[in-house]
Design a protein around this ligand. Structure first.
Ligand code: HEM
Length: 315
């Protein structure tokens, strides 16, 4: 009984916390915050297209671990273990320098006003737009955590060997439907993945296009330990355009990871993949609303947490 009452209380608190986020949060306290972030993201993506993918992934890896609280940005020190060396993140997450640069530009115009968690949420949206994808309004007012959790990063971020049931479960745990999960996976229309994450899929799975598998094998040797970090595009057709080609790739068995191809493998999400492959508009609108939902995961608001001065460390 006591635990169900405290659970209800938690639910109410979560509802209030997300209700406090507002798209106009910085309109008076830092009116140029959003334009400053957009300018810096556009410059970074123009310099290197892949950065758009890396910034989008940073926001996802932030939100799925303790909520969207900037926890992923806290760097390890001798006395602090954060999330950056957790398995899904180590030698894989990128873009910390770009976020640090944006933060210093924003600090220069508004001292200790804009959180790192909000910068991540806005940078993810601006990255998608810079690569030709849909736009959406980002609710703001998140605050930054003073903690991080490598164990939650290991348990809550889905790995590339997950099957469909695992994937649905991992997203259900965060309040997403299977359709949301399929829509968010469309983020794999941009960016790159390492051989060690798709080796099993190209050598051991049968639900992969043979020509596609052969071309990937050229740069990803069978033996563990050789070429582990070699990269391949997540979307082999239009690698740096944020479009719905990810889903048509799945229809022709060209998913890079085992987990990607699981979305179209004779299971319950096949029809959603067909729908997103045939309708760019259906994908764009499902992706945008699922991103807003993701950006609302467990934010710190009001007097919780802090506004960090430097995103990589607590004040
Ligand atoms: C559905 C479950 C998911 C799994 C199993 C998964 C797994 C992965 C893996 C293994 C990589 C490559 C990492 C590397 O090799 O270094 C990757 C890259 C990426 N993921 Fe996911 N991911 C998932 C969902 C998402 C979501 C929801 C988003 C964002 C909304 C996302 C955005 C990205 C992006 C943009 C990249 C490329 C990053 C870059 O090039 O720097 N992923 N993902």
């Amino acid at each position: 009984m006591a635990s169900s009452v405290s659970f209800l209380l938690l639910l109410c608190m979560a509802a209030v916390a997300s209700a406090q986020l507002s798209p106009t949060f910085y309109d008076t306290s830092c009116p140029n915050a959003l334009s400053t972030i957009k300018r810096a993201v556009t410059a970074a993506v123009n310099k290197e297209n892949r950065m758009g993918a890396s910034l989008l992934r940073l926001h996802f890896h932030d939100c799925f671990v303790q909520g969207c609280d900037g926890s992923v940005l806290l760097a390890d020190t001798a006395t602090f273990t954060g999330e950056q060396n957790a398995l899904p993140n180590m030698k894989s997450l990128r873009g910390f320098d770009v976020i640090a640069n944006i933060k210093s530009q924003v600090e220069a115009i508004c001292k200790q006003t804009v959180s790192c968690a909000d910068i991540l949420a806005v940078a993810a949206r601006d990255s998608v737009v810079a690569l030709g994808g849909p736009s959406w309004t980002v609710p703001l007012g998140r605050r930054d955590s003073t903690t991080a959790s490598s164990s939650l990063a290991n348990s809550d971020l889905p790995p590339p060997f997950f099957n469909l049931t695992d994937l649905i479960g991992a997203f259900d745990k965060k309040g997403f439907t299977a359709t949301d999960m399929v829509a968010l996976s469309g983020a794999h229309t941009i960016g790159q993945g390492q051989c060690q994450n798709f080796r099993d899929h190209i050598y051991n799975d049968s639900n992969i296009n043979p020509g596609y598998a052969t071309s990937l094998k050229a740069n990803c040797p069978r033996a563990t330990g050789s070429g582990d970090t070699n990269l391949a595009p997540l979307d082999p057709t239009t690698s740096y355009t944020f479009d719905n080609a990810y889903y048509s790739n799945l229809l022709s068995q060209k998913g890079l990871f085992h987990s990607d191809q699981e979305l179209f493998n004779g299971g319950s999400t096949d029809n959603t993949v067909r729908n997103f492959a045939s309708s760019a508009a259906a994908f764009s609108s499902a992706f945008a609303s699922a991103m807003v939902k993701m950006a609302n995961l467990g934010p710190l608001t009001g007097s919780q947490g802090q506004i960090r001065l430097t995103c990589s460390k607590v004040n």
